[in-house]
Design a protein around this ligand. Sequence first.
Ligand SMILES: NC(=O)C1=CN([C@@H]2O[C@H](COP(=O)(O)OP(=O)(O)OC[C@H]3O[C@@H](n4cnc5c(N)ncnc54)[C@H](O)[C@@H]3O)[C@@H](O)[C@H]2O)C=CC1
Ligand SMILES: O=C(O)CCC(=O)C(=O)O
Length: 543
Amino acid sequence: MPSVIVLDTLSQEGLDLLDAAPGITYEVRTGLKGDDLRNALAEFDGAICRSGVKITPESLEGNRKLKAIVRAGVGTDNINSAAATRAGVVVMNTPAGNTLSTAEHAVTLMLALSRNVAPAYQGLIEGRWDRAKYMGAQVAGKTLGVVGLGRIGLAVVKRAQALEMRVLGYDPFMSKEKAKELGIEWYEKVDDMLPHVDYLSVHTPLTEETRNLIDIPQLDRLKPGVRLINAARGGIYNEAALVEGLKSGKIGGVALDVYAEEPCTNSPLFGMPGVLCTPHLGASTEEAQTQVAVEAVQLLTDFLSTGQIKNAVNIASLDAKMLEQLRGYLDVAFRLGKLAAGLIPSGLKACKLTYRGEIAGRDTKVLTAAFSAGLLQGAMADDVNLVNASLLLEERGIKLSSEARTDMGAFRSAMSFEIEGADGQKHKATGTVFGQSMPRLVSLDGYRLEAYLDGCLLVFTHKDVPGIIGGVGMAFGEHSVNIGQMAVGRAGDVPGGEAVGILNLDCEPPVAALEAVRKLAAISSAKVIHLPSAGELPAWLQG
Ligand SMILES: NC(=O)C1=CN([C@@H]2O[C@H](COP(=O)(O)OP(=O)(O)OC[C@H]3O[C@@H](n4cnc5c(N)ncnc54)[C@H](O)[C@@H]3O)[C@@H](O)[C@H]2O)C=CC1
Ligand SMILES: O=C(O)CCC(=O)C(=O)O
């Protein structure tokens, strides 16, 4: 029964959904870090968090159980995504649930800063009626610069326009035309926009480009008295530069919801005149928390029960419909990967995949990941799945390329591999699905055949002469090895040349049986390759 750990406070509606999820158990354990967090994560199949917990590479060390982490919110920067990918853990988020609340918070900060709401109230608490001291600024008619015109940035733009502000904007992924349509004066560079704004609000992730977007050199470009707001991520404004700008009078006000280090209870900014700070409250409304919690629980329970992947930040999405359509081919891809690993068990150098027919029009990336998972599973101590397979291959320097051809070959859909070992050994094979879910091998090393892609295979090459099947059957019969299925293939239509054979054995053949087969005069090679048994799906494909 899949189990879930809730690592941060989650709204009751989310917990109620977890309670109602059939076949899923959960525990709420908040405030975990270090070893406690690592040990706890190792006990569960899925985790839900907000921004409180920090999931580091150490938190995931040795974890063999966890399959998914869902962030109830937007920013997944508290989850080390690279470590999660390497551990084969899907990371998902709920990007839209807190957009409006966060935009409202940014606007609240802008208005409260302009009207000195916090210090004026503090004055009253302290018994002062300071009307002159807290003269404010009206926002109507002023200019707001917005950096980051995504979900929250655009919601802020709308609200600012309703307040009759002029809005300038910068976002490398927003065209000038689209900005114009939205009533935003578009800038090509953020630095060019700075001298024109009375207010600046940032709504981007923290990246190498956005870190220290406002630093000491930018202070000179700002309009004197500018008010700066950050309800996105700490570090976008350099906090030391903010202190400097406030002291010099260049900056008229600073409102922050987020900090370079969180939690942050001690900052030189706290208490400075013209500063208004909140403890990361952008998404802290009942509405936003209900929405992100419900979405997060749905994402996780869908994933754990059906394998559906939505809003993932470290793997392509795989919705229920696509999963259903691709399940047969994901299975074939995984089995072909295992077959390839059996044909060249060590020293694989390069691999090329070709998708042909209808399947070529689908998400072949996920099929490639499934093939890679098959290729590596068994060789790796780590669990290999759709999330980490491509990364693990890349780390091992194995070159994998793929081609998709929508023209139909002999089958409605087929996928092929060509592999090459370090010793120059080459193999190729093609697989397809018969019906909905019967994986079949339809060619091997250029020989056409029709073999079951399951269980214990004996793959042998031989001369296409009478008596081969009888000889192999006798050798196995003497060792009580039953042959479940059998397929042979020759390159052309004329007998007497080279051929391949594949037997599906009902049990692992003893060494002596294999030796006996290899000794048969017409047999040139024979090897056993293990594939999942018929109908057996890898854990990540079950559901
Ligand atoms: N304070 C809080 O409680 C909350 C904070 N956030 C944070 O707000 C930020 C924005 O969230 P959303 O709008 O939902 O994300 P989004 O992904 O919809 O928008 C981000 C935008 O930033 C733009 N961008 C990226 N690099 C940029 C750069 N160098 N310069 C200018 N623009 C750039 C992107 O093109 C995108 O349009 C995120 O950092 C998120 O973590 C989100 C929710 C709550
Ligand atoms: O969970 C929270 O309250 C933080 C929200 C946030 O920062 C985000 O969604 O990126």
